[in-house]
Design a protein around this ligand. Sequence first.
Ligand code: FAD
Length: 488
Amino acid sequence: SKNAIIIGSGIAGIASALRLRKKGYDVTVFEANPYVGGKLHVVEKDGFRWDAGPSLFTMPHLVDELFELHDIDPRTLFNYKRKEVVCNYFWEDGTTFSVHADTNKFISEAARTFNTSEVSLKNYLRNAKEKYDLTTSVFLEKSLHKASTYLSFDTLKSLIQSHKLDITSTLNSTNKKYFSDPRLVQLFNRYATYNGSSPYQTPGVMSLIPHLEMHYGCFLPKGGMHAITKSLHQLAIDQKVQFRLNEPVKKILHESGVANGVQTEQGSYYSDLLVCNMDIYSTYNLLLKDLKRSDKILRQERSSSALIYYWGVGRTFKELDLHNIFFSKDYREEFRCLFKEKTFSEDPTVYINITSKDETDDAPEGNENWFVMINAPANYGQDWETLKKISRDRIVQKINRILKTDIEKYLVTEEILDPILIESRTSSHRGSLYGASSNSKFSAFLRHPNFSGRLKNLYFCGGSVHPGGGIPLCLQSAKIVSDLIPDA
Ligand code: FAD
């Protein structure tokens, strides 16, 4: 029978393995780390458990689909619950606002809190849905780079020019067309960070992102986000996918324009096809040194990175829930610093994720597991040790101001993740969370395709290629790759 090699066991790598297995291939996954999952990993210390990276989970049906593909009831291995409160927002002026999953409740409460008409909110959400419906089949579900096979160039052009999509204005100016209250604009601007971009640069079409969260909902897997990795890994093992951990691929082998295997320190392995889940930039730099690189694509600005403090907190805070945002006073300045100055602003927005609110085993009784994150610039060799010290102070002060507490008094343990570690642990170029940023209106077209234009039988999946980063899009990339590959 035919065999396939997958390079990397990130969420897209595991999903590709499961899909190719279903197509009849013998599948081997090579993973550089001693563990699977890449960014979707876990941190454990002193009785606390934190999800290492992603914390926001929407469109869970895309995970379920992988179990169903193999005729397994997802609920036997993987469970999740829908959150009533999607996110709690805090501003320094004392405003607090909880986004409820129930859209009507959200609309009436937002109208009241932000002195806005319900009609504007409804129109905004309707437009978000329209944008999603117009773009999803073109941009998210198929290989954009084989567009000609299902869509004429003229249709694509008219779609892009459609004023409904707001491709030529920024997310911030799109949001300001609907809302005058700066807090509400900030709330909707934040969705730019879901793909690591700036709301002052990313196109207005990104206002479709709230539709995902508000329509499909916000979920927490039983056992935390890491349960996604664990259960899919188990499913893949059950389906006889082979995993070779601790075995980084050093080179992609090819002959006469056809990719046919990989080289690791242990030896050479040959296959009928390859799916590479490694960051595309690092792939060209490290595994395909002998191939001409597509510089136009690789030169794209990287998305933002993150600085995370995993804190064990020795008390509980009833004002907080699973997702909490403490907004900066000057959002524009925050993004100017991140993308232009490549540094932190003096007052960064602080995100606190606490899974122990729902998963009580994640922290000892009476304690909470705080995942405290600020957006970080991509790694350009900044003095991270100094930046981490300054940032920690700023974060502590902000939390103290907003919660009127002295948080350091309650810290019982700490771990830190910075852009350098993200880069070294996952090969993500410059430690970016989502591959290339979406700060250009052309970014969708400048992402690397899901296949190699130079080597036959070489495919790409994961957050650094089409359609983009984040769990749902990574899962989508695996689906696109598998659709491009014939049955074994
Ligand atoms: P990755 O997770 O990048 O994994 C790639 C794998 O390939 C790694 O395991 C790596 O070791 C392996 N590899 C690399 N090189 C080699 C080699 N040469 N040989 C063998 N193996 C190799 N997304 C969301 O949806 N919601 C969120 O809330 C969210 N928050 C995030 C917060 C943080 C801090 C981070 C880091 C990311 C976040 N993301 C979020 C983004 C999300 O984590 C990623 O888009 C997604 O997990 C990337 O998956 P991937 O398949 O591209 O592979």
